[in-house]
Design a protein around this ligand. Structure first.
Ligand code: AGP
Length: 608
């Protein structure tokens, strides 16, 4: 996902622009640039393909102490990664940075014959469109931006600076986040609050359809229809240490190891282990509405989808007469699916900005279905558009591979299910075991992580040379296996796929040979014996197996057994997932790959 920063104030703009872009690096990008304007209107535009370090090499020669400017990290969508396609884009006297996609950029480009286009990007078309209103002098910068945005179809988060007015920036958003940091004699802009941390704790989150004229001591917000908007200043939750690595080599290991704390944050004030009940205020559903629910649709992508799948198995276990379906957002948004009466949709997203999930949310809302967000990023677009929601509060998840968010998303959705079950009068004796295990989970996660971290580092080294892997599980261990396979494939590039154990004989068993290793999840329970015989089927064909189990008596001659020592049984798959997170991490480290920013991927996929 691209990153935007902007600055107007008494300090040197370039300093914040560069430091702010560095804070946003984790979101994935392939080029970067900044534009600043001096007090006498002299512009400086510097862009570079590749990492911000490349940009800094060029900046070192530019030595500007301008006090207004904008910056951008670009994750290519239209036009390959290159300097000429990098933002800011210039048109006439203005410079523009843009996140999002201008769907009608081709039609607009045809109307802009007067502009000599240098790039292949939709964003340059937007810059030229704004200039077509601004250049003639009929409109001031903010009005020119409004006129242009009225013609735009698509999504945008933009910041604009003009050499004719080096005391102000104009920013606007529709579908791509923008936050305004309120400082002392300075105002800072960013597409993600983490860039503001350490500069100010006061932030204004722009809403879709809003445009702001920003100076160092003033912020004027209005809608595209010129309706004034009163700015709501919010406290930025994130502190600086939360976005540093905290002594770990990689964000990913930090985020795996902090799951006891992050899950505790998710549970804070929401679980009463004594009387075995949960209390979720966010969804905002009254008892009567909860009682009426007959169908849940859980929507997400990637890890969020897996979290939904796992949660759906649990919710079915303790909530009578409810059907639960989990759908992949990019598929569901184009289906003509019928949504039955008395449905509620859970919209799951760590970033709260995933384009496909957001599109699904909007489609589902059009059908009048109540939507509940299970989101991490505060103030994100999905969090703002759902009818109600539960923030998972795991803090910034910087590494592209999602770990702590998964754990908390699953439990947050289970708690939502428990809330429904409580309203429906399900006996406390049925619900209490779930609540008690949830209350214990943070501590148990901490114990398991300490127990398995070292062994997993050793085991991972033995499997780092494999190019293929099969993950296996039954029941709640099956979506967990799917999540484990995704973790390994997305950071170590091993071709890892998950199958329900029972599916082995219907095809996947043919794969088993020395090219593959297998990870099998065997939680104790009614299906444990079936899973043991599935392990034997794989062993008989020469499988190289890692078995993860909480059973004390597992004794088949597999290559590795990773024992989960915990009295938790219901949520044993959550504990097993920790083993797979660490396996993926240490295999990637052994392969010397980029753990936190794997190739081709971004932390938040804000384009289709
Ligand atoms: C998970 O490790 C991946 N980074 C990816 O699948 C991610 O879960 C997916 O893009 C959804 O992101 P979201 O939760 O921010 O919507």
């Amino acid at each position: 996902m691209c990153g935007i920063v902007g600055y107007v104030g008494d300090k040197k703009a370039q300093d914040f622009l560069v430091s702010g872009l560095k804070r946003l690096e984790y979101r994935g990008y392939d080029s970067a640039g900044i534009a600043t304007v001096s007090e006498d209107g002299e512009p400086t535009l510097i862009r570079a393909k590749g990492k911000i370090a490349e940009l800094e090499k060029k900046l070192a020669k530019a030595k500007r102490d301008d006090h207004v400017g904008i910056g951008h990290t670009r994750w290519a969508t239209h036009g390959e990664p290159s300097e000429v396609n990098a933002h800011p884009h210039q048109a006439g006297d203005i410079y523009v940075v843009h996140n999002g996609i201008i769907e009608n950029y081709k039609e607009l480009k045809k109307e802009l014959g007067g502009h000599e286009f240098k790039s292949e990007t939709d964003s340059e078309v937007l810059a030229a469109l704004i200039d077509s209103f601004y250049g003639g002098g009929k409109y001031d910068l903010a009005d020119a931006v409004v006129q242009a945005l009225k013609l735009v179809k698509g999504t945008y988060g933009i910041a604009v600076v003009s050499r004719k007015n080096p005391e102000e920036l104009v920013v606007a958003r529709s579908g791509s986040p923008l936050v305004i940091g309120v400082g002392n004699d300075e105002t800072l802009i960013a597409s993600d609050a983490s860039a503001l941390v350490g500069h100010t704790k006061r932030a204004i989150y722009l809403n879709d359809g809003e445009v702001a004229k920003v100076k160092k001591n003033s912020i004027e917000i209005r809608t595209l229809d010129a309706e004034p908007v009163s700015a709501k200043v919010e406290e930025i939750e994130t502190n600086l240490s939360a976005i540093q690595k905290g002594g770990y080599e990689h964000f990913l290991l930090k985020e795996i190891m902090e799951q006891p704390e992050s899950l505790a944050e998710t549970l804070r004030g929401r679980v009463d282990a004594v009387d075995g009940t949960v209390r979720l205020g966010g969804p905002g559903l009254k008892e009567a509405e909860l009682r009426k629910i007959r169908h849940l649709i859980i929507v997400g992508c990637g890890t969020a989808y897996h979290a939904g799948m796992l949660a759906s198995y649990y919710i079915e276990q303790f909530t009578p007469e409810i059907t639960v379906e989990t759908v992949i957002a990019s598929e569901y948004r184009y289906r003509q699916a019928y949504i039955p009466e008395n449905s509620v949709a859970l919209i799951v997203s760590q970033s709260g900005e995933t384009a496909d999930t957001l599109a699904c949310l909007r489609e589902i809302k059009k059908q009048g279905v109540k939507t509940i967000g299970i989101v991490n990023a505060i103030g994100s677009t999905i969090a703002r558009e759902v009818d109600g929601g539960t923030y998972v509060h795991v803090g910034p998840e910087i590494s592209v591979a999602s770990t702590k968010a998964f754990t908390s998303q699953v439990i947050a959705m289970v708690m939502f299910g428990l809330t429904i079950a409580q309203a429906k009068g399900v006996k406390n004796t049925i619900l209490q075991p779930y609540v008690k295990e949830i209350a214990k989970l943070p501590e148990e996660i901490g114990k398991v992580l300490e127990e398995v971290k070292k062994p997993m580092e050793k085991i991972a080294k033995k499997y780092a040379s494999y190019e293929h892997a099969i993950y296996l599980g039954r029941d709640t261990a099956y979506p967990t296996a799917m999540e484990g396979a995704l973790k390994l494939k997305e950071i170590s590039y091993v071709d890892a796929n998950a199958y329900a154990f029972g599916e082995l004989k219907h095809g996947p068993l043919a794969l088993v040979d020395d090219r593959f290793f297998e990870v099998a999840l065997l939680p104790m329970g009614v299906l444990y014996d079936k899973a043991v015989s599935n392990v034997q089927e794989v062993l008989a064909r020469g499988g190289h197996m890692i078995v993860v189990t909480n059973a004390r008596d597992f004794d088949l001659p597999v290559e590795h057994v990773v024992k989960i020592k915990s009295e938790l049984t219901i949520f044993a798959p959550i504990l097993m997932n920790l083993v797979m997170q660490l396996l993926a991490y240490y295999v990637t480290v052994a392969k010397g790959l980029n753990v936190d920013q794997p190739r081709n991927l971004a932390k938040s996929v804000t384009v289709e």
